[in-house]
Structure formats: C-alpha cells, structure tokens
Design a protein around this ligand. Structure first.
Ligand code: FBP
Length: 251
C-alpha cells in the first residue's frame, strides 16, 4: 500500500481545501481569503497536514516559496465551474507529472458517481492512480454522487456507496460528504474497508459547534480526518477554528 505519511500526522489527516475559486468562483471569498497567501498561512499556523490547491494557484503561490518547506501540497487534478448546468463532468486539467513538478506530495480527483459521465471519470482516475503510484504518491478521490438520477446526495446509502466506489477504484483515500449521523458514517467507513475516509467540510455552518460536532462524529465513526475549506477560512478567526478541529482529530 502507498504510504500516506507525508500528508498525515499520527495516521490522521487534516487538509485545508482551497480549490473553491474554480468550483464556486470568488463568490466564496472576501477581501482576506481571496488571497492564497492568507490561506497558506492558515494551513501552516492552524496545524493542517496538507493544503489542497489547483495547479495555477500552486505554481504562483506555493512552488519555490517558503511554504514548500512548511506544508505539504495536494494538487487537485480536475475541476469545473458551477457556471455550466446539467450532467456533471469534471475534466482532468493537470497531469500527475506536472503535479509532482509543482511539489505535490499527493494528488486529488473528483468523481461524480451517478453522473452520465462517470465512466469517463472512472477511466481518468484509473490512469491517475497508476501514474501517482509510479511516483510513490497517494491518489485521493472526492466521491460526490451527483446527476439527474441522484435524488439525495447526502443519503446514508449514497454516502456509503461513494466510499465503496473509491475503494473499488483503487484510491488511497476518499473524501466524502457527511451522511448525517455517526451511525451512518460508521457504515460508510466500513464500506471503505482498509482505505481511509475523510470528511468533506461543506458550506460554513451557522455556528462553529455544529461543524465541530460533525467532525467529532466522523472521528468516532472511524474516520481518518477532514478536508475543510469554508468552515475554516470563512471563519472570523480561522487559526482558532483550525486548532479546535485539530484537537478533535489528533486528540
Ligand atoms: P469545503 O470544506 O469548503 O466544502 O471544501 C470541500 C470541497 O470538496 C472543496 O474541495 C471543493 O471546492 C468543494 O468542496 C466542492 O463543493 P461542491 O461540489 O459541493 O459545491
């Protein structure tokens, strides 16, 4: 099995996700968090085990900078905007070699299971796993069931299916949405077998306790950690919030 050591601490993962500029556009940002340097500082000072960037941001703000020594990088290899509606497909926009040249320790790829384009994404991810492993690097997949046939993308059986899809496709780790309870997330973790599962943060909750409770349930369910974006960098005090999350994940 590929080692996750470079992007975890004591076997646990806490990733700062910052690919929303592509997925959602600047609508997610304010005057501070629109600046990638602000995010990289949070990643370093908040105790994250890696930061997730698209290649353009990585190339201009991470590669060759002081951050290379301070925080491991996960490059997101595919992406799409929310400007196009209809069946979802997220094309690969960066190769594994390119990601390695940018200093990545791991790569990430979103699969919209259930979309009419899932077979294309399965094939792309299959090649990515092979390429990443030839570099000794882990391939993580965000599995988000989506498309006209998916009625409830957070239903417990759908989330457990997402976790299993990642295991079956050879992912080294899966990032999945919360299934709503500790019990249902436990089943999703079980479905993932030996492959670790991390929580995908989601939109900023009304109060921080709500999000911290979710992280607690994920860890109690056997989760390996969390990949969080908006609940941290949209928070008034991102480093303080990160430390609260870290306390739950690392104990
Ligand atoms: P958040 O914690 O901000 O939800 O980030 C997690 C993430 O998976 C990001 O990596 C990605 O940009 C975003 O959610 C995609 O969200 P969605 O597809 O649900 O709009």
């Amino acid at each position: 099995m590929i080692s996750l050591d470079k992007i975890t601490k004591n076997g646990k993962a806490m990733f700062l996700a910052y690919d929303q500029g592509l997925e959602h556009g600047p609508a997610d940002f304010n005057e501070k968090n629109i600046n990638p340097n602000y995010i990289l500082d949070i990643a370093v000072n908040g105790g994250f085990t890696a930061v997730i960037l698209q290649k353009g941001v990585a190339e201009k703000y991470y590669t060759g900078s002081k951050y290379e020594e301070l925080i491991p990088l996960i490059i997101k290899l595919n992406g799409k905007t929310n400007l196009c509606k209809g069946e979802v497909y997220s094309p690969q926009v960066c190769g594994v070699d390119e990601a390695m040249d940018l200093g990545a320790s791991a790569v990430g790829y979103t699969i919209y299971a259930g979309s009419q384009y899932e077979s294309t994404m399965f094939q792309e991810f299959g090649r990515i796993v092979k390429d990443a492993h030839s570099h000794g690097a882990p391939a993580i997949t965000w599995v988000y069931p989506r498309g006209k046939d998916i009625k409830d993308d957070a239903a417990p059986d759908i989330i457990a299916y997402a976790a299993r899809v990642a295991l079956e496709l050879g992912a080294d780790m899966a990032k999945i949405k919360y299934s709503g309870s500790k019990e249902s997330f436990t089943w999703a973790v079980k479905a993932a077998g030996k492959m670790p599962v991390v929580l995908s943060g989601g939109p900023k909750t009304e109060n921080e306790e709500e999000f911290l409770e979710t992280v607690k349930n994920v860890m109690a369910a056997g989760g390996t950690g969390a990949a969080v974006g908006r609940n941290v960098w949209q928070h008034a005090d991102p480093v303080a919030m990160s430390k609260k999350i870290a306390k739950i994940i690392f104990g």
